[in-house]
Design a binder for this molecule. Structure first.
Ligand SMILES: Nc1ncnc2c1ncn2[C@@H]1O[C@H](COP(=O)(O)OP(=O)(O)O)[C@@H](O)[C@H]1O
Ligand SMILES: [Mg+2]
Length: 238
């Protein structure tokens, strides 16, 4: 459904993604782990269209979307959350979702309203719908980040460290939401450092290091892979 085909990305002399190929199937849940600086967020940026790859192609739903920007891909059904939440602080939660539905899904009127309500419900945010986004605590800001992505009515949801900075208990609350999204038929690709939380959702794990995929497959096998253990022992992030 979403495919990176021999994707590379350089920033000046720095090669941040190096010949990465990844194929995510419809309604699949894939976890991505790897030390800080491995290129995980950059992979999401290339998949979502934030910027193009230096080499390689991105395909979505059988179609080459490499040349499409993030807004165009979002309309086709590719949504992402950001590692650092960035809501419109001066707007309410509901208004934030409305913007996402309008801009991300091209929805208006009744349909936009429905998308917002569904997101609020799924993400447990009905009670804070009229709160200004900049008054929310971290867990609710993370929820809002997910709700905004959901309001664009995605087929594929790319989650970038949505559990980062949360306690285990809080992260597990997000797990419940993500499972429900998955059960609704949405494909999930989730970057997360808290592996045991990630494994509550995903059946497949990808490990990146230095811009490359060094393991991909059954989570238990990936976690035991000597190259993966080495990547983590050599870093400070675990
Ligand atoms: N826009 C950019 N310009 C220059 N360097 C970047 C840019 N984005 C990311 N990098 C570099 O690419 C590397 C990988 O970053 P990133 O994809 O954020 O890793 P991860 O999400 O795995 O921690 C890092 O060394 C980072 O400094
Ligand atoms: Mg990152």
């Amino acid at each position: 459904m979403l495919v990176a085909e021999r994707v590379s990305r350089s920033f000046g002399a720095l090669r941040v993604l190096d010949d990465v190929s990844l194929c995510v199937g419809r309604a699949e849940a894939v976890g991505i782990v790897g030390p800080n600086g491995a290129g995980k967020t950059t992979l999401f940026n290339v998949l979502s269209g934030a910027y193009p790859p230096s080499e390689g192609r991105v395909r979505y739903d059988g179609r080459d979307v490499t040349a499409l920007d993030a807004a165009a891909r979002c309309r086709l059904g590719v949504a992402r959350s950001h590692q650092v939440p960035r809501p419109f602080g001066g707007m309410t939660v509901f208004e934030n979702l409305h913007v996402a539905a309008a801009v991300g899904a091209g929805a208006s009127g009744e349909r936009a309203h429905e998308l917002c309500l569904r997101s609020l419900r799924l993400c447990g945010m009905l009670e804070v719908a009229n709160r200004r986004a900049d008054t929310l605590g971290l867990l609710d800001r993370k929820r809002l980040e997910m709700a905004r992505a959901l309001a664009t009515d995605p087929q594929v949801l790319l989650l970038d460290e949505i559990g980062g900075g949360l306690t285990d208990g809080e992260a597990l609350e997000l797990v419940g939401i993500i499972r429900e999204i998955l059960a609704g038929g949405v494909t999930i690709v989730w970057i997360e450092h808290i592996v045991h939380v990630l494994l509550q959702v995903v059946r497949r794990l990808v490990c990146m290091e230095s811009g490359r995929i060094i393991a991909d497959g059954d989570p238990q096998a990936v976690m035991k892979d000597p190259a993966v253990i080495e990547a983590y022992l050599g870093s400070v992030s675990m």
